[in-house]
Unconditional design. Structure first.
Length: 97
């Protein structure tokens, strides 16, 4: 997927605050969300998906947890995302169109 050569940015803190206000987060190729809850997963999706480049991958680390899975499904529905969801162990991911 052409991810080599991209910068890696690790963000810690409250997702709803740090993700939306951090100008260093842009033009992302890969997003891994490891939140364990509906609210945090939704905050991360809302804050990062728009910054993910076309062809980039978004991975939900705990897609087997009901809250994470529900947030992912609701987000995809609300955004009109129709691309296939792939499974890798407990992880769920898709490639952004």
């Amino acid at each position: 997927y052409g991810l080599l050569g991209k910068n890696l940015i690790l963000v810690e803190g409250e997702f709803g605050e740090t993700l939306l206000k951090n100008p260093a987060i842009a033009d992302l190729a890969f997003v891994r969300i490891d939140c364990d809850s509906y609210e945090s997963t939704m905050d991360a999706l809302m804050g990062l998906y728009g910054k993910l480049s076309p062809g980039g991958i978004i991975l939900i680390d705990d897609g087997h947890l009901p809250g994470c899975r529900l947030a992912m499904l609701e987000f995809r529905k609300n955004q009109g995302i129709r691309g296939a969801i792939e499974r890798m162990g407990n992880n769920l991911f898709w490639v952004k169109d």
